[in-house]
Design a protein around this ligand. Structure first.
Ligand SMILES: O=C(O)CCC(=O)C(=O)O
Ligand SMILES: [Fe+2]
Length: 365
């Protein structure tokens, strides 16, 4: 690939423009090594992007104001590099985590293959002391195991009583929480949870969305992240909040033809990176190495729109849940009609939703 020359990004609109900055050319992308202005340093451009695949933006030296104006209001994902995430970035090793993690037991996913599949449940839940779990997740071959010596582990930490309590590292892992500085880019009263995410090398988490805004703070290990915009929902073969398309790199296009038309955003988190995942953006992650991350969910909408029994941060907002219930009732009502009438009126319902609710440009052909 020939280098198209120096580029920079407009801080206001994020359009990539050509300006006089220095770039170091690498085989796949150009890395910006110096620039005087603008003050956001763009480390990776969209040069590698195709129509269907875009590189996630990677930006450095972003403060709260810049995050708000350049990224948060646009509700687009971005990788924030170089933020102060606290001493965890230097202090945390497997030995330290096992010592400082406390005596908690954690409920973990254990699977024979690293590609975890929630819809067909190819994993089992097991409970281990946190320290044993961390050791096992960090090793590639296990002496002690549940299924096989190469089994994969994944922890999504929960509250003390997951039916009532919300995951918060300050409560469940107080000593480790002292080492973590959460980005101060949202109002504290909007904070919902902070969740440990620890994974064996190669573990892949199914494509799903969450209903809250999210900073995924990668502390140890590199992670590949793929995101899909909420506007791609009609091509993702959803089952609730999850996509049926498990193998996003080699999808079965006979079964999932529309997935082939999906636009994806892809990037690699390095240790210390923070990925902003706006609510409703689908995400799929692969731990390229043993991975330790913490994610912070916070409320973007008014408090009263969220289900206050939701301890995970993934129940749809209350009005959306009510709308689903009403739709189920109206579908049930159509059953009073003979089949050809039922289909006709089901189509009319779809047309009404399309004309009233969907942006014309985004309507399916
Ligand atoms: O990084 C991970 O393990 C999963 C991240 C995720 O799903 C989240 O932060 O919502
Ligand atoms: Fe998630």
């Amino acid at each position: 690939m020939s280098c198209p020359g120096p580029v920079s990004v407009c801080v206001a609109c994020l359009n990539v423009t050509r300006v006089n900055v220095t770039l170091k050319h690498t085989t796949s992308t150009c890395t910006l090594v110096s620039v005087s202005k603008p003050s956001i340093v763009l480390l990776r451009t969209n040069m590698n992007s195709t129509k269907m695949q875009k590189d996630l933006l990677v930006v450095e030296d972003v403060d709260g104001d810049k995050f708000q104006s350049s990224f948060y209001q646009k509700r687009e994902p971005v990788i924030l590099r170089g933020l102060d995430i606290g001493q965890c970035s230097t202090k945390w090793t497997v030995d330290y985590l096992t010592e400082a993690g406390g005596d908690n037991s954690v409920k973990i996913h254990v699977a024979e293959t690293p590609q975890m599949d929630f819809l067909h449940k190819n994993f089992i839940y097991r409970t281990l002391p946190f320290s044993d779990f961390v050791r096992r997740a960090a090793e590639e071959k296990h002496n002690d195991f549940f299924i096989s010596e190469t089994e994969s582990y994944y922890l999504r930490a929960l509250g003390d009583d997951p039916r009532k309590d919300i995951a918060d590292i300050e409560h469940q892992f107080p000593k480790l929480a002292e080492d973590v500085t959460l980005p101060d880019f949202f109002p504290r009263e909007k904070f919902f949870s902070s969740v440990f995410r620890i994974a064996s090398k190669r573990t892949q988490l199914w494509t799903h969305y969450d209903v809250m805004d999210n900073f995924l703070i990668q502390v140890i290990g590199r992670k590949r992240v793929v995101l899909f915009s909420p506007s791609e929902a009609d091509k993702l073969y959803l089952n609730g909040d999850k996509s049926e398309v498990l193998d996003i790199d080699d999808p079965d296009l006979e079964k999932y033809p529309l997935f082939g038309h999906c636009e994806r955003y892809e990037g690699t988190l390095e240790p210390g990176d923070v990925l902003f995942i706006p609510a409703l953006w689908f995400h799929n992650v692969i731990s390229l190495e043993f991975g330790v991350a913490i994610n912070v969910f916070w409320k973007h909408l008014d408090d009263k729109l969220y289900d206050n029994k939701d301890t995970y941060g993934n129940r749809d907002p209350l009005p959306a849940m009510r709308a689903f219930q009403i739709l189920d009732r109206s579908l049930k009502t159509l059953e009073e009609l003979p089949e050809e009438y039922r289909e006709f009126y089901a189509k009319r319902l779809i047309l009404r939703i399309q004309s009233k609710m969907l942006n014309q440009e985004k309507q399916p052909p």
